[in-house]
Design a protein around this ligand. Sequence first.
Ligand code: HMG
Ligand code: MG
Length: 314
Amino acid sequence: MPANDLPGRVRVVEVGPRDGLQNETELVSLADKLRLANALAASGLPQIEIASFVSPKWIPQMADAPELVKAFVAPPGVAVSALVPNDKGYDAALSAGIKEIALFMSATESHNKKNINKSSREAIDTLEKLTVRARQDGLRIRCYLSVVFVCPYEGKTDPEKVKQIVDRLVSIGIDELSLGDTIGAATPSDVWHILDRVGGSLNKDKIALHFHDTRGTALANVLAGLQAGVSIFDASIGGLGGCPYAPGASGNLATEDLVYMLQGMGVETGIDLEKLVDAGEIAQEITKRKLPGRYLQACLAGRAKSLKQAETCR
Ligand code: HMG
Ligand code: MG
């Protein structure tokens, strides 16, 4: 039983193939992306954000999104979503077979301009039009609101501004809203505060939290979110990632670290941690570097030493 009235089950949304790989400067082959997606799906993750249909001039790593989505066969029970910024991306995602889009905008004017070359007003208008299209096409609509706590260009974000945008996003009819600590600057009290501000606008079961771990507070922030009743968390295998248009943003919270903590607290995820480590090993192979995920490193060190030691990681 989870302690202190925490949610009994959490849905983990794996964003490594998108948020993680978008930050890798060296292009990863389609075959390697597919290998990673298949390994992630085999771990029992309920949702994988597989790619983004953004401009390849802005994010060259995502240029093969249509091919990847078409090639990836999700096992039953694994939802596949993709980031979509505009009509062009929407058309491409739809024809590739995407059934859930992830829209995105930021809580500040400057980050919207840097990330999507739009003002906040233009960004909301675009999201509204895309939501209408997605409703007509029967797609599920996830939406990210970035720099909810701190903006790399404007500093601390005004919670009142966040609430106003959240209210507008709720009114246009999104299914789920992921609140992003894009540069990993929030602490648990910030999380409680923002959830308190937006809690009246949106049911807790429609709120996801998306933490980057730049300053090491991501797991503490997850705990704060759990205590506030949130049960959807985004994470990235091995702690891959960052936002290319947010200086100082480092990797997302590592999926294995999140799942390890949840399992230890008696919170169900349906995810096989050992298979997640297998996926993390693949993520290291394809990015050709050691990833920051702590559980991943502890387990891989154990596996390398002996099977007996690996058993103790479980
Ligand atoms: P723009 O330059 O203003 O767009 O970019 P444009 O409409 O003027 O088009 C410029 C060119 O891009 C044209 O090509 C378009 O066809 C093409 P040209 O005529 O010059 O040959 N183009 C596209 N091509 C393919 N797919 C498309 C597309 N759109 C235009 N969808 C745009 C505007 C939004 C496209 C651009 O700014 C962009 O792609 N931005 C995406 C940036 C990005 O991906 N950032 C990272 C993701 S957000 C994130 O990581 C945060 C998150 O994780 C949450 C958190 O951590 O907080 C979600
Ligand atoms: Mg992110």
